[in-house]
Design a protein around this ligand. Sequence first.
Ligand code: ZN
Length: 63
Amino acid sequence: MRDDFKIVKICPQCGSMKVNWINGGIGGPVYKCDDCNYVGTFILEVYFKDVPKFQKELNKNKY
Ligand SMILES: [Zn+2]
């Protein structure tokens, strides 16, 4: 299986792949982004090959 079709989790705020699963409480998993300090239960799961596309989209929305 090629890396292109590997599912990776990215931050919905900045598109970083440096998201860590920090808690599995009653509300379900909570993720934290190392780059922008986003904390939340919502995370984007995309194909590895699509990561740059999402990062571009997210950056476009920011400015
Ligand atoms: Zn982030």
